[in-house]
Design a protein around this ligand. Structure first.
Ligand code: SF4
Ligand code: SF4
Length: 426
């Protein structure tokens, strides 16, 4: 029986993780919420202190202060990269949020909303695709003007996040044959948001891999990875989805499970941790996670079999937090971009700084998310880039919206879409 004084259940942040923090403060300059708010309790060190206070029984897990400082965290994990003591902040934060949820017991309206979002929408590709299409059409038909006129400003702001480009949700073929000499076989993880709104990017990822001699399977036996559930403290739902993916994908004889959404990749790589207390699943989770690779990580490791064609443009690369901090992948996407002839990559200030998307952060903390989006957009404009490249759908939507608000016409493209375009230009 694990000790959990002050916390409502066994998913509590582990004391052995908390005690790794030596309060040195080296993470503070890398924390976007500390930079924006200047409040110690909105820094990594402050948040860890609050978790310790709950453990020690000096603070209640259901207190408004605890809930607020945990909710304001982006879970961007920049503090993990900066921390010399190896504090696994992401694990602590996800555990802390699950405790807030368990301790606070949401009111009926919030409980119903959570149920609809986490059980009814995110896990259903068909409903999510319908939702994406509805959002796109509402925006095109001027719903934002009407919403603002009737005082529903918040809803109008949410529609701002909807991409200008129509969502694509067409089903992919079950297999993309390798082109040329076959060098491997992988399974493509198609994700929930990617499948519902960015199916073109999934197809582009498969084409780029196939072009490089990799056979790509698109298994129907997969579901949402559960990242949004885990970030929002819905540990039960996250575990359920993890088990479904492990059961559905582990029998496949493939070299890797390929992911093109950084948030999904980081979560899939932590199934072992998520299921660590479940005797039957812990080891299977570890084995599954070891086979997960980001598309750029895999391609850079196997090497490009064929050089892409030229793309005449100046581009800036923005690191998705869950790629650079969650998976420690930053050199590989840049190496792939460097392989595109005539593409000029310019430096982007704070490229490793969260854009404010952070799972559902731009929905739950719109004001702070907008401030971070503004900060990102300003850096992009100053970089002189004609396009921004990234590798996560949430970042794409948030940066696009932030740039639109600045009046900057800089397209945001996924790395795999750009590579696909480069191959098509050969
Ligand atoms: S989380 Fe790491 S870097 Fe930050 S205060 Fe604690 S030990 Fe120092
Ligand atoms: S995860 Fe990001 S926002 Fe949260 S404490 Fe760490 S650096 Fe700050």
């Amino acid at each position: 029986m694990i000790r959990r004084r002050g916390f409502p259940n066994a998913d509590a942040p582990l004391p052995e993780l908390i005690s790794r923090c030596v309060h040195c403060g080296l993470c503070l300059p890398t924390c976007p919420t500390f930079a924006e708010l200047g409040v110690e309790m909105d820094s990594p060190r402050g948040r860890i202190r609050l978790m310790k206070n709950v453990w020690d029984g000096r603070l209640d897990a259901d207190s408004a202060a605890f809930a607020d400082h945990m909710a304001k965290c982006l879970d961007c994990r920049a503090c993990e990269t900066a921390c010399p003591s190896g504090v696994s902040f992401g694990k602590l934060m996800e555990a802390a949020r699950s405790q807030v949820l368990a301790a606070r017991r949401p009111n009926l309206a919030e409980a119903l909303l959570r149920r609809a979002a986490f059980r009814g929408l995110i896990t259903s590709p068909a409903r999510l695709a319908l939702f994406a299409r509805f959002g796109y059409l509402s925006k095109r038909l001027g719903a934002r003007t009407i919403l603002r006129a009737i005082g529903m400003k918040r809803l109008a702001e949410l529609l701002d996040l909807v991409p200008e480009k129509a969502p694509t949700s067409a089903a992919l073929p079950a297999r993309f044959a390798a082109i040329g000499t076959k060098r491997g076989t992988v399974a493509l993880f198609t994700g929930c948001v990617m499948r519902a709104a960015f199916a073109d990017t999934n197809a582009a990822t498969a084409r780029v891999l196939a072009r490089n001699g990799i056979e790509v399977l698109v298994p129907a036996t997969q579901t949402c990875c559960g990242a949004l559930h885990a970030h929002a403290g819905e540990r039960g739902g996250a575990r359920e989805l993890a088990k479904r993916n492990i059961s559905g994908l582990e029998p496949l004889a493939v070299d890797a499970f390929i992911v093109n959404a950084a948030g999904c990749g980081a979560n899939l790589k932590e199934y072992g941790w998520l299921l660590k207390d479940d005797q039957e699943w812990a080891e299977r989770g570890e084995r599954f996670s070891a086979r997960v690779k980001d598309a750029s990580e895999y391609l850079a490791a196997v090497g490009l079999a064929e050089r892409p064609g030229p793309v005449r443009a100046t581009a800036a690369y923005d690191d998705p937090c869950h790629l650079i901090h969650g998976q420690k992948i930053s050199a590989q996407p840049r190496a792939l971009l460097a392989a595109i002839p005539e593409l000029r990559l310019v430096p982007l200030a704070e490229a490793d700084w969260c854009c404010g998307s952070a799972g559902t952060y731009n929905v739950t903390q719109p004001e702070l998310a907008a401030r971070l989006g503004h900060r990102k957009a300003q850096h992009i404009v100053r970089s002189g880039a004609e396009m921004v490249v990234t590798a996560n759908p949430g970042c794409q939507m948030q940066i696009e919206a932030a740039l639109r608000r600045e009046g900057a016409r800089v397209p945001v493209v996924h790395l795999m879409d750009l590579l696909d375009r480069a191959y098509a230009s050969r």
